[in-house]
Structures are given as C-alpha cells and as structure tokens.
Write a protein that binds this ligand. Structure first.
Ligand SMILES: Nc1nc2c(c(=O)[nH]1)N[C@H]1C(S)=C(S)[C@@H](COP(=O)(O)OP(=O)(O)OC[C@H]3O[C@@H](n4cnc5c(N)ncnc54)[C@H](O)[C@@H]3O)O[C@H]1N2
Ligand code: MOO
Ligand code: MG
Length: 408
C-alpha cells in the first residue's frame, strides 16, 4: 500500500500555486490580514526616513561632550527645540546643542544624543554630566531598510507586522492572491442535516461543518454543496459542478469498497486522473486523490475522525501551497515526550489524537481518554495534536519521544 510519505509527495507534486499575474486581487490595509502577498513589495522610502533621536534629550556634537563628567560637566547653549514632526531650523555649532525629543530629526551639525536624565537645563544652558558614546541614540537614515531593496517578498501571509510595514511604507493598496474556492459535500443515504429528525439508521452529516470550518480558517472561500445521496447520477452532477466551480473539491464518504461507495468510479467517468485510492495510515486508509485539469479532488473517508485526520495531514498543506504561500506551507512535526503508552498494530502509520501539554516548560503528549475509534468524534473535542507512530512501531512507552502534528 502507498506510504503516507509517498502519498504526500504525489499530492504536493500536483499542486500548482495560484498565478502571480492572473490570480490577483487588490485589498486595503484593513482587509489585508491573513491574505497572501502576491507580488514583492519595494519601497522608495528609507527606514528610518531621516536621522532621528531615540531619546528625549539633547542633540550635541560628540566632540564637545566627550570629556563630560558629573564633576566637570560640559555646558552648551541650547539654540533650538525640536519636537517630533518638525524640521530643525539651525545647524548646531561648537558649544551648542538642541533640545530634542524621541523621533525628532537630528539637526545638522549634531551627531549624538544625550538622554535628558544625564543633563540639567537652566534657561537656555544645558549641563552634560556624562560622556556619551559617539552617535549614541541616533537612529540613522536607512539603518533598518534602504529604498529600492525588497521590503517584503511575494508569497508571505500578511500578519500584523507585515501590515504595519506596508502602512509605514505608505502602500495602502496591496496585491494579494485571490481566495481559493473549495467545494465541500458529503455523500451517503444515511446522512441528514442537524435540523432534520433522525430516523433509525440515519446519522447527522457532521463532516461538512467541520471541513467548512477548517477550510475557512485557512482563508479560502467555502462552497458547501450539501448532502448527496448514494446515487450515481446525483453524485456525477454534483462532482461535475464542483470541479468546474472550485480549485479544490473535498467530499467525505463513499470511497471505500462497499457497494454504495461510488465516488472513485464517478471520478474516473468524468475523466479524472486518479492518483491513489488508499494510503497506509490509520485512520484514513480509504483516501482518494484525483486531479482534473482545473481542480484537485480529495475523496476523504466518511468516518468523522478519518475525514479530519486526512484533512489535517494532506489537505491543509495542499490548501496552503495552492493559495500561494511559498515557504512554510508544509506540515510541521515536532518531537515531544509521550506522557503515556501509545499503541499501534505496526501495519499502518498510526495517528493518535490527544493533547500537547506543558510540563515544567516541556511539551508532553497525552492520548485522549476513551475509545480511539475513527467513528468516535466525541473525544476529538479539545484535542490539539496527533501523535504519529510509523509503520513497524507498535509501542511508544511513557517518557519516550514521539512525533506529533499540531491540529489546534
Ligand atoms: N471491507 C472494507 N470495509 C471498509 C474498509 C475496508 O478497507 N474494507 N475501510 C473502512 C475504513 S478504514 C473507513 S474510514 C471507511 C470509509 O468508508 P467510506 O469513505 O466509504 O465512507 P462511508 O461508507 O460513506 O461511511 C463510513 C462511516 O462514516 C459515516 N459518515 C459518512 N459520512 C459522514 C458525514 N458526512 N458525517 C458524519 N459521518 C459520516 C458513515 O455513516 C459510516 O458510519 O470504510 C471502512 N470499511
Ligand atoms: O481508516 Mo478508517 O479511516 O479508520 O476508519
Ligand atoms: Mg463506504
């Protein structure tokens, strides 16, 4: 059976990220949060824009004050006051200083700032009680960034820091990648909506809501197509619509070997390239991945935990890569200590849901309580990680290290 690693490689090789020319949208600074920058940003401004003071104090000539001590202070004439936001009017000559405030432009002639705690001002004469370092408390023009260089690269998510940088560079209109469109539907005659009365044998379609939440959390637009009966023509119609109206289609259910598991045959009849139909993992073995010319198709297994585990393991990084993020879209696994015994039959790569908890500053993984069954949605609540036992590993003992994938 196909290993998880090989399945992942096949999927990621088929992900063609959004295009820098065709998939753009312009947004403003207040709507840019969590969008993906589509083109590199270059500013025509230096940062800082001019030499400015890092302290409230006095702008001086270093030469004048280099020998100052509390016993033998240097006394300078204050010829100007420069609040932040004002242009200095004078050049500081030997024996002179300017009163200056944090962020204000350093006047010509001055090269150093003495913080006001080291001074005493009387009328327009300031006494300097200690020698500063040359150029102390001066933030020089271009120290942080020089105009014309790349300020932000394409393909990064815009978080608070990047939005602040764009604002500071006066870039109020930002080219970001359009949001991905992800179609989701559930398949099964037994499924009803949360509003419908349950008849014997029926079960509520919970997958659609969980998957919609996860997709939305990744910044994509969700197109929910509802519950589709185990009926080949209804499924064909829905899948045909979905592949023509979205970048990614996610279905759950109907991908195993049962008589009513139609998804794979329908994908084939619609001309999909089916890359695999099963992966050596538990939960999540009956996972179908297929491609159409303009969309990717994930046929997730119907069991609620299987649907979510396969989403976290494969669909989440796919959405990130496709949406234009060019670094760090891959799943990140971390090594932590296991707090308890973790067991597997050793035949499948096994995903165990539970919690990462801090114990004296060190993360430990604890398996959730209750039955680890892929149909048991209940004990997934408030879990935040999946421990992974590779094929061949049947036991991880308490205190032993395990790899985990964060899910929350
Ligand atoms: N003979 C075999 N039978 C099964 C195998 C196998 O290898 N050989 N694999 C099992 C595994 S593992 C899984 S996982 C399931 C996957 O089945 P399907 O993807 O075909 O899903 P369904 O048969 O439609 O449903 C399975 C299960 O999940 C419930 N379900 C389905 N959709 C939803 C939904 N939207 N929300 C909540 N629950 C849902 C459904 O009622 C079933 O209980 O196949 C095993 N069988
Ligand atoms: O693998 Mo199924 O996905 O365990 O229940
Ligand atoms: Mg089935």
């Amino acid at each position: 059976m196909l290993s998880v690693k090989d399945a992942e490689t096949i999927i990621f090789n088929h992900v063609q990220p959004l295009n820098q020319e065709h998939d753009l949208e312009v947004v403003d600074l207040l709507t840019a949060f969590h969008r993906i920058l589509a083109t590199p940003v270059i500013s025509s401004l230096d940062f800082p824009h001019w030499d400015n003071s890092a302290m409230d104090g006095f702008a001086v000539r270093y030469e004048d004050v280099q020998n100052s001590t509390s016993e033998n202070p240097t006394i300078l004439e204050v010829v100007e006051e420069i609040p932040a936001g004002y242009q200095p009017q004078n050049t500081i000559k030997p024996g002179q200083a300017a009163r200056i405030f944090t962020g204000a432009i350093i006047p010509k002639g001055a090269d150093t700032v003495v913080m006001q705690e080291k001074t005493n001002l009387e009328k327009n004469w300031v006494s300097i009680f200690s020698a500063p370092q040359p150029q102390e408390f001066v933030r020089h023009q271009g120290d942080f960034y020089q105009a014309g260089k790349e300020l932000l690269p394409a393909g990064i998510p815009l978080n608070a820091a990047e939005i602040a940088i764009l604002a500071a560079a006066q870039l109020a209109e930002i080219s970001v990648f359009r949001r991905l469109r992800v179609a989701i539907f559930s398949s099964g005659d037994e499924l009803v909506t949360p509003e419908q009365t349950l008849k014997p044998g029926q079960i509520v379609d919970s997958n659609q809501y969980a998957l919609a939440a996860l997709v939305r959390d990744l910044g994509a637009e969700v197109l929910t197509l509802g519950i589709i009966k185990d009926n080949p023509s209804a499924l064909t119609e829905t899948i045909n619509y979905a592949i023509n109206n979205s970048d990614i289609v996610i279905s759950s259910g109907g991908v195993s070997v049962g008589d009513y598991d139609y998804i794979d045959n329908i994908l084939a009849s619609l001309g999909a390239e089916i890359h695999f139909r099963a992966v050596q993992m538990r939960p999540g073995k009956p996972l179908t991945f297929a491609t159409f010319p303009n969309s990717l198709y994930f046929g997730l297994p119907g069991n609620p935990v299987s649907a979510l585990v396969t989403f976290w393991r494969f669909v989440k990084p796919t959405i990130k890569k496709l949406s234009g993020i060019n670094r760090g879209w891959e799943s990140k696994f971390i090594k932590v200590k296991s707090h308890c015994e973790l067991k597997s039959n050793g035949k499948m790569e096994t995903y165990i849901w539970g919690n990462l908890k801090l114990n004296n500053g060190i993360y430990e993984f604890k398996q959730t309580s209750g039955n680890l069954n892929s149909g048991n949605l209940i004990n997934l609540s408030q879990t935040n990680a999946l421990a992974i036992l590779p094929v061949g590993k049947t036991l991880i003992s308490p205190g032993e290290e395990t790899l985990v994938l964060r899910i929350g």
